[in-house]
Design a protein around this ligand. Structure first.
Ligand code: FES
Ligand SMILES: [Fe+2]
Length: 434
């Protein structure tokens, strides 16, 4: 349980807030590269409580600037892309990607007025089919080249804007137990009531097999965030779920199966949930010309929150905790040790920033940043013949925090008798489970 003030300190991300300052030390994805094209060269975005316009110039450069033209405030998302930047729809002032006004065509010849006009602008860079923004002080850290973003291969991505605070989404990633309840039991209950026999069977065989009862959970601090481990069903500490686990990349990313899940703080009560998938190219398969990007809906035709795939079930859980979860009245159990650890880490890293330091998981060494290969259980790494790739012989140290759970659970009658089995990720079809 936190005080109201502690909860605000952890959740509020606007300019000048402690968490807002911490978040401004990281690169955040705000769109898919494919979303800025000839038909839609601009996009209104909101990030860390600030409204902005993202655009692609006719030369292909990406800019991120404040939305209102300095002249008489026309929204630049209606602007026209030109090789040097974006030209305002109203009277033709032209801005480059740094927000500098470089043309005021109707001012008198020789006027230097434009030199005094500059809009707020932030850095934007593309990687792995996504556009990332950095809103903090200079010198900016490097955009981290996480494995599935940096590797050559076949990728796709999708996003949904959620009406809830970002921390609810991240606390879910420090809460392995929820898989057994939210996905296997509630998700299974939902799917078995609403889906065709074929879809039900597929779901029960897949998620029913993966959601065995949790007996132990453990969390270890690393130089990129946290690695989480779990013991489920009859698994032992020699099994991948404990020995390798998978990471939370501080402060807003989950690396799991063959993708990344970004929980980007739009503002205090909205989060952009953006997910990527990766697979290696098959022999003879052509490289992608573009990474497909889809904005997925939150609601179905009946106006209900969509809940028929794993990340959507997570989204339901985060949304039903409220726009900003009231942590002043929560009652945490032993199952929540990872969440408590993560909140402490956030608190410490806000202090690091306040003291002028570089917080955890900021990268400045180009050699180390070439590709950041991350541990992930039951994962087939490209270029390796065995599951686990470079991590196959990992020996974990004792977690910083761990908890022994009862191992109790509930089973749907539709899932009775389904044998626990592990799915190997990184081969074959795109992921929609985690
Ligand atoms: S309002 Fe943009 S040029 Fe006038
Ligand atoms: Fe989940």
């Amino acid at each position: 349980m936190l005080t109201i003030e502690q909860n605000e300190r952890l959740t509020q991300v606007g300019p000048g807030t402690p968490m807002g300052e911490l978040m401004r030390r990281y690169w955040h994805p705000i769109a898919g590269s494919a979303q800025l094209n000839d038909d839609t060269p601009t996009k209104e975005v909101r990030l860390l409580g600030e409204d902005l316009v993202l655009f692609r110039s006719a030369a292909g450069e990406v800019g991120l600037i404040e939305p209102s033209c300095a002249h008489r405030k026309a929204n630049l998302s209606y602007g026209i892309p030109e090789p040097e930047g974006i030209r305002c729809a109203y009277h033709g002032w032209l801005y480059d990607i740094h927000g500098q006004c470089i043309d005021q065509p109707s001012e008198p010849e020789g006027s230097r007025f434009k030199e005094k006009v500059k809009l707020k602008a932030y850095r934007a860079e593309e990687l792995g089919g996504l556009i990332f923004a950095y809103m903090g002080p200079e010198p900016a850290p490097l955009l981290p080249r996480y494995d599935v973003l940096a590797w050559d291969g076949i990728k796709d991505a999708h996003s949904t804007v959620l009406p809830c605070n970002w921390l609810q989404c991240m606390e879910n990633s420090l809460d392995p137990l929820h898989f057994q309840w939210l996905h296997r039991y509630w998700g299974g209950w939902t799917m078995n009531r609403t889906k065709s026999a074929e879809e039900r069977d597929r779901w029960n065989a897949s998620v029913g097999a993966r959601g065995a009862e949790h007996r132990k959970i453990g969390f270890e601090k690393t130089d990129y965030g946290v690695i989480k481990r779990r013991l489920v069903g009859d698994e032992t500490e020699q099994d991948d779920h404990w020995r390798i686990g998978h990471p939370i990349l501080f402060p807003t990313i989950l690396r799991v199966s063959h993708g990344l899940e970004f929980r980007v703080p739009v503002d205090d009560t909205h989060t952009l949930h953006l997910l990527t998938n990766y697979r290696a190219r098959e022999e003879g398969e052509e490289p992608q010309s573009e990474v497909p990007f889809v904005e997925r809906p939150l609601y179905d035709e009946q106006g209900l929150l969509i809940r028929d795939y794993i990340p959507a079930q997570d989204q339901v859980a985060w949304i039903i905790q409220g726009p900003v979860m009231d942590r002043s009245t929560e009652r945490l159990g032993v199952t929540d040790v990872g969440i408590i650890m993560f909140r402490r880490m956030l608190d410490e890293q806000m202090d690091v920033v306040a003291d002028g330091g570089d917080p955890l998981n900021t990268h400045r060494d180009p050699v180390e940043n070439e590709v950041i290969v991350l541990p992930c259980e039951y994962y087939m790494y490209p270029g390796y013949d065995e599951v686990g790739g470079p991590f196959k012989d990992s020996v974990p140290r004792k977690p910083d925090v761990e908890a022994v759970l009862s191992g109790e659970g509930a089973t749907l009658k539709e899932q009775e008798g389904i044998q626990a089995r592990r799915r190997v990720w990184g081969v074959g079809e795109p992921r929609d489970y985690k």
